[in-house]
Design a protein around this ligand. Structure first.
Ligand SMILES: Nc1nc2c(c(=O)[nH]1)N[C@H]1C(S)=C(S)[C@@H](COP(=O)(O)OP(=O)(O)OC[C@H]3O[C@@H](n4cnc5c(=O)[nH]c(N)nc54)[C@H](O)[C@@H]3O)O[C@H]1N2
Ligand SMILES: Nc1nc2c(c(=O)[nH]1)N[C@H]1C(S)=C(S)[C@@H](COP(=O)(O)OP(=O)(O)OC[C@H]3O[C@@H](n4cnc5c(=O)[nH]c(N)nc54)[C@H](O)[C@@H]3O)O[C@H]1N2
Ligand code: SF4
Ligand SMILES: [Mo]
Length: 690
C-alpha cells in the first residue's frame, strides 16, 4: 500500500472516540486526497464524522512538525532550531543518563494519553521503555477513570450492552453524553430503534446537540445525577416497579437499598437537581414500565467530585428492574473490558528495576512539577497536550516554565505544550504506521498498516522508543520486537476469552475481526465482583472508606444547603467545558476548516444570569475564578438552568489568533471520589463583560 501511488486502501480511525471507524484512504500520486468510511465494517458501515473526512488536511498540514527541533528562545516562546535525529537522541539519552546517575530514574516522568489509540503506540514500546528506565509512573485518570471504577463497584466487569442490541430498545436514556458529537454510530442505531417506536430521553446540564433530538430533554444542576437516580429508585420501590425475583437471584443488598432510598423522595431530589418532582416520578414510572429500557452513561457526568459514585449509582438501575435480562435493555458505560489485550506482554512491567516507583496523577501535572520532592527533572510528553487538556493549566504552564525541567515533546504539531519543550520530536500520523486498534464501544479489533511513508523525518512512537532504548544501552529482547511480534503478544491472552480466535493472520485477511462474544451469554453468572453478583451493597466500597450503598454526595465548590448553585457564593456559576463537535479534545483546533465551523470559543449563559451582569448576546466576556480566566464570546440561551454556564471545545491558546486563556485555566486539579479521576466540571466561576 505504502508504495502504490494510486488506489483505495483500508485504515482505522486512530482517534480517542468510541466508534473506532473503519476508513478508506484514497491515494492519488502517492498522496491521500480523500478519507471516506469503509462500508464493509458491520457497525461503522461507511459513515464517518466531518473531522476525519478532513483528516488529510491534518496529515499534510503546512504546520506539521517534520524535523527534530531544539529550543533557542525562552520556554513557551516557540523559537526552535532544526537538529538531526542523532543529535536529538544523543542529547536526550545523555541528559537521562546523568539524571539517573545524580537523582535516580524517578526524576524522569512520561506524560501520555490516547492522542493515537494504537495499542503499540501508547500501551506498547513506550511502556517498555519507561518501565525499563524505572521512571515515575503516570496515573492516567484524565478521561473515564472515576466512572469506570464506579461501574465496576456495581458490575465488576468493564463491559455492558453491545451496540447491535440497542435497536430492540423501547426506551433509551442518554445520561450525561453528547453522542451526536461523540459517538455518532450509537446515534444511528438509536434512530433505528426510534423508527420502531423507541422514546429517547436525554438527561444533561445543557440541551446539547443530542438533547435537541430527544423526545424528552431533562435539564438538571451539574453533579446531581446520583440524587436523580436515587429518586428514581425511591419511586420504583414505592410503586412496586422492581423485579423481585431478579434482585434475589442476581444482586446483593436490595433490602438495604430499599430502606436507604426512602430518604430520596421526589420532593427532596427536586430541590437537589432542579427537576420538578412530578417529572422525577414520571421518569421513574416510564423507566419502570417500559421494556426493553436501555441507559447509555456518558463520560460527562463523571468529570465531577462525585463522578465515581454517580456512575455506580446509575448502573444499579437496570438491576432493580431486571432489564439486564432483556435483549435491548441494560446499560453501557464502557465496553473496553471485552477487547482487553495482554498488557503484561505488551508493557513488560517485569523490566522495571523499581516496582515501588512513585506515582503521579496526570490530573495534577502542574502541582507535581511545582511541588514534588524530590522534583521531576525531566518530562516526556507524547500523544497528549497537557497545556490545554489538563486541569488547572495555569499551574501546568508555570511548571513547564521551570528552567531546570528538561522537557521533550513528541507530536505532529507545535502544540501549546510543545512550545515549552527543550526538544520537539516529529511524530508520524497513524496512517504511516502499523498498529492494532480495539474499540471501547463496539466489538471489532482492527489492523492498520502504513498507507503513506513517514512524512519528513517523523518517526512512530514504536521507532522512537526503540531508538531511545538503544541509546540508553537497554539490551533486552523486548526492544527488538517488531510491530507484528507485538501484535501477536497482545492477542495471545488466555485471561481474556473474548480474544479467542483474533489473530494477526485473520486481521491481515479481514482487517476488522469480531471478538468472540460467546462468553457474554454468561455475563450475569460470571460477574467478577466479590459476591459474584451485582453489588447494590458493596463491601469493597466500604473497605475503601466510601458509602457502601449508592449515595448522593455534594460537589466541593459553591453550595447553599442542598441547593446549588449558592446564590451568594463568591463564584455563583457552575462552569462546564465539554468537547465540541469539530475537535477531538484539543486535536484539530489548529485545522482551519474545523475551527471555521466552530468560529470562536463561546460561553452559553442563561438570560437571567446574563441580565444580572448586563451581558448581551455576542459580547466578549471574561470568565474567571481564583485559578485563572478565559475570554470568550457570550451566547445568551436558555439551553441550561440558570446558574450553569457552558463553553464547549478545548481550544489552543498560542495559535497566533489572539485567543486569551483556555477553558482549563478555570478547572480544579482535585481528584474525583474514585479512580483518581479528573473533575473538570466541578468548577465555579463568575462572568463579566470585557
Ligand atoms: N466530537 C468529539 N467527539 C469526541 C471527543 C471530542 O472532543 N469531540 N472526545 C472523545 C473523548 S476522549 C471522550 S471521553 C468522549 C466523551 O463523550 P461523552 O460521553 O459524550 O461525554 P462529554 O462530551 O464529556 O460530556 C457529555 C455531556 O455531559 C454533560 N455534563 C456535564 N456535567 C454533567 C452532569 O453533572 N450531569 C449530566 N447529566 N451531564 C453533565 C455535558 O454538558 C455534555 O453535554 O467523546 C469522544 N468523542
Ligand atoms: N475542560 C476539559 N478538559 C478535558 C476534557 C473536557 O471535556 N473538558 N476532556 C478530557 C478527556 S475525556 C480527555 S480523553 C483528555 C484528552 O486529552 P489528550 O489525550 O491530550 O488529547 P488531545 O488534545 O487530542 O491531544 C493528543 C495529542 O497527541 C498527538 N498525537 C496524535 N497521534 C500521535 C502519535 O502517534 N504520536 C504522538 N507522539 N503524538 C500523537 C496529537 O497531535 C495531539 O497533540 O482531555 C481531557 N480534558
Ligand atoms: S472520530 Fe470517531 S466518528 Fe470520527 S471517524 Fe474517528 S472513530 Fe469515526
Ligand atoms: Mo476522554
Amino acid at each position: 500500500m505504502i508504495h502504490e501511488e494510486n488506489g483505495i486502501f483500508p485504515a482505522v480511525c486512530p482517534l480517542d472516540c468510541p466508534d473506532t471507524c473503519s476508513l478508506l484512504l484514497h491515494k492519488e500520486n502517492g498522496k491521500i486526497v480523500k478519507v471516506t468510511g469503509n462500508p464493509d465494517h458491520p457497525i461503522t458501515q461507511g459513515a464517518i464524522c466531518n473531522k476525519v473526512r478532513n483528516m488529510a488536511e491534518r496529515v499534510y498540514h503546512p504546520e506539521r512538525v517534520l524535523y527534530p527541533l531544539r529550543r533557542i528562545g525562552a520556554k513557551g516562546e516557540g523559537k526552535f532550531e532544526r537538529i538531526s535525529w542523532d543529535e536529538a537522541i544523543e542529547e536526550i539519552s545523555q541528559r537521562y543518563k546523568s539524571l539517573i546517575r545524580d537523582f535516580g530514574p524517578e526524576s524522569i516522568m512520561p506524560y501520555s494519553f490516547y492522542g493515537n489509540m494504537g495499542i503499540l503506540s501508547v500501551d506498547g514500546m513506550d511502556r517498555r521503555f519507561f518501565n525499563r528506565l524505572g521512571s515515575t509512573v503516570l496515573q492516567q485518570g484524565i478521561c473515564n477513570a472515576a466512572g469506570n471504577k464506579g461501574w465496576k463497584y456495581t458490575m465488576g466487569f468493564g463491559g455492558g450492552m453491545s451496540p447491535e442490541e440497542i435497536i430492540n430498545a423501547k426506551l433509551i436514556i442518554i445520561w450525561g453524553g453528547n453522542l451526536v458529537s461523540t459517538n455518532m454510530h450509537q446515534i444511528a442505531l438509536i434512530e433505528k430503534a426510534r423508527k420502531q417506536g423507541a422514546q429517547l430521553v436525554v438527561i444533561d446540564v445543557h440541551r446539547n446537540r443530542t438533547g435537541q433530538r430527544a423526545d424528552w430533554f431533562i435539564p438538571l444542576y451539574p453533579g446531581t445525577d446520583a440524587a436523580l437516580a436515587l429518586g428514581i429508585m425511591h419511586v420504583l420501590f414505592e410503586r412496586g416497579l422492581t423485579n423481585e425475583p431478579f434482585m434475589k437471584r442476581y444482586t446483593v443488598g436490595h433490602e438495604q437499598l430499599r430502606e436507604h432510598v426512602k430518604e430520596y423522595s421526589p420532593e427532596r431530589v427536586s430541590v437537589i437537581t432542579g427537576i420538578p418532582a412530578e417529572d422525577i416520578v414520571k421518569l421513574a414510572v416510564l423507566y419502570g414500565e417500559t421494556s426493553p429500557a436501555y441507559i447509555h452513561i456518558g463520560n460527562g457526568l463523571q468529570h465531577h467530585d462525585n463522578g465515581g459514585m454517580t456512575v455506580r449509582t446509575i448502573s444499579c438501575l437496570p438491576a432493580l428492574t431486571g432489564q439486564w435480562l432483556v435483549p435491548g435493555g441494560g446499560a453501557y458505560k464502557t465496553n473496553g473490558g471485552y477487547g482487553k489485550m495482554n498488557a503484561a506482554a505488551l508493557e513488560r512491567p517485569d523490566l522495571r528495576p523499581n516496582p515501588e516507583a512513585r506515582e503521579v496523577s496526570m490530573n495534577q501535572l502542574g502541582e507535581a512539577l511545582l511541588t514534588l520532592n524530590p522534583p521531576i527533572r525531566a518530562l516526556f510528553v507524547y500523544c497528549s497536550n497537557p497545556a490545554v487538556v489538563a486541569p488547572d493549566t495555569g499551574k501546568v504552564e508555570q511548571g513547564l516554565r521551570r528552567d531546570d525541567l528538561f522537557t521533550v515533546v513528541h507530536d505532529l504539531f507545535m502544540t501549546d505544550t510543545a512550545k515549552f519543550a527543550d526538544i520537539v520530536l516529529p511524530a508520524t500520523s497513524s496512517f504511516e504506521n502499523t498498529d492494532l486498534y480495539s474499540s471501547y464501544w463496539h466489538h471489532y479489533v482492527q489492523l492498520q498498516e502504513p498507507v503513506i511513508p513517514a512524512q519528513g523525518e517523523s518517526k512512530s512512537n514504536v521507532e522512537l522508543f526503540k531508538l531511545l532504548a538503544t541509546a540508553m544501552g537497554f539490551e533486552e529482547d523486548a526492544f527488538n520486537d517488531t510491530e507484528e511480534d507485538m501484535i501477536r503478544q497482545a492477542l495471545e491472552f488466555a485471561d481474556n476469552p473474548y480474544l479467542d480466535g483474533v489473530t494477526l493472520e485473520k486481521l491481515k485477511a479481514e482487517r476488522a475481526v469480531k471478538l468472540n462474544m460467546e462468553p457474554q451469554k454468561r455475563y450475569l453468572d460470571t460477574l467478577p465482583t466479590a459476591s459474584g453478583k451485582i453489588e447494590l451493597y458493596s463491601t469493597a466500597l466500604e473497605a475503601a472508606g466510601l458509602p457502601p450503598l449508592p449515595t448522593y454526595t455534594k460537589l466541593h465548590e459553591g453550595y447553599d444547603g442542598e441547593r446549588r448553585p449558592a446564590a451568594d457564593a463568591s463564584y455563583p456559576l457552575m462552569f462546564i467545558s465539554p468537547p465540541n463537535h469539530s475537535f477531538l479534545n484539543s486535536s484539530f483546533s489548529n485545522v482551519e476548516k474545523l475551527t471555521a465551523l466552530e468560529k470562536s470559543p463561546l460561553l452559553q449563559i442563561h438570560p437571567q444570569d446574563a441580565a444580572k451582569r448586563g451581558i448581551a448576546d455576542g459580547d466578549e466576556v471574561t470568565v474567571w475564578n481564583d485559578r485563572g480566566s478565559y475570554v470568550v464570546k457570550a451566547s445568551v440561551t436558555d439551553k441550561m438552568l440558570p446558574g450553569t454556564v457552558i463553553s464547549q471545545g478545548l481550544w489552543w491558546e498560542q495559535d497566533g489568533k489572539g485567543r486569551k486563556g483556555r477553558a482549563n485555566a478555570l478547572t480544579p486539579d482535585r481528584l474525583a471520589d474514585m479512580g483518581g479521576g479528573a473533575v473538570f466540571f466541578s468548577t465555579t466561576v463568575d462572568v463579566k463583560r470585557q
